[in-house]
Write a protein that binds this ligand. Structure first.
Ligand SMILES: [Fe+2]
Ligand SMILES: [Fe+2]
Length: 245
């Protein structure tokens, strides 16, 4: 947030209560504070809506680069930029570089589960169809070796999930579909530049890709999240992850 940002904070003068995201209540057993928080409303507290001062403040018209810098976890940012840099250094097309840069974007600040599918929907209105396709299918292809192009089952996955992990049927179905598709190699390159252990990899700033993003990502004039695309609400969820409704 820049120091000359004079926008007032919403809901001034009141305690702003944060209700946990239902998936966290379900997945982690976070206590459902429903009754307790409703009771506090009688004492003047409100449920949080809009900018949360505990998070870096997003500009009024956020760009893709703002999400990388102000919302994504450090690990995701590093992972995405280094994957894209590998593709760049190998002389890949800008579509492949963009797919690498965006492949795990759902993990940045939204959801991990089925991240390829979520990520593809998030970016679909703004990128070439082939880029969103590659992001969707990289998830299934990561589990699927292809000796013909030199892609083995990842050693990292043996550690992540155990040697005996067997992916579910929809992953196998979608990988088989992707492998006979004309865009197969775009998604396959994503899996080939997808590094998990990168102690020795120099961090790359997202700004390195500014020109490629400008050519390949349709930044909406209103700001990402405030436009009216089929995935605007997903970007808004990252801007305001604490909104009650
Ligand atoms: Fe991934
Ligand atoms: Fe990845």
């Amino acid at each position: 947030m820049s120091n000359d940002d004079k926008r007032p904070w919403p809901q001034a003068g009141r305690e702003r209560m944060i209700f946990p995201t239902p998936i966290d209540i379900c997945a982690f057993g976070v206590k459902d504070p429903h009754d307790e928080l409703l009771a506090k409303m009688d004492q003047g507290s409100v449920f949080m809506m809009g900018d949360n001062p505990a998070l870096p403040r997003m500009p009024e018209k956020p760009t893709l680069i703002d999400f990388f810098n102000l919302r994504f976890t450090g690990m995701t940012l590093h992972h995405l930029t280094t994957a894209a840099k590998r593709a760049y250094d190998e002389g890949c097309s800008e579509k492949v570089i963009m797919a690498c840069l965006l492949h795990d974007i759902a993990n940045g600040c939204l959801l991990r589960t089925d991240h390829g599918y979520w990520g593809a929907q998030l970016i679909a209105p703004y990128v070439d169809e082939e880029v969103a396709w590659a992001v969707k299918y990289h998830q299934a292809l990561r589990y699927t070796p292809d000796p013909a192009v030199g892609y083995p089952y990842p050693e990292a996955y043996k550690k992540f999930f155990g040697e005996d992990y067997d992916p579910p049927a929809y992953i196998k179905r979608d990988a088989a579909y992707a492998m006979q598709h004309p865009w197969y190699m775009t998604a396959r390159y994503v899996t080939m530049y997808d590094l998990y252990f990168f102690d020795d990899v120099e961090p790359v700033k997202i700004e390195f890709f500014a020109d490629i993003i400008a050519r390949n990502f349709r930044q909406p004039e209103e700001g990402l999240g405030y436009d009216d695309s089929p995935s605007s609400h997903m970007w808004r969820t990252m801007i305001w992850p604490n909104n009650f409704l």
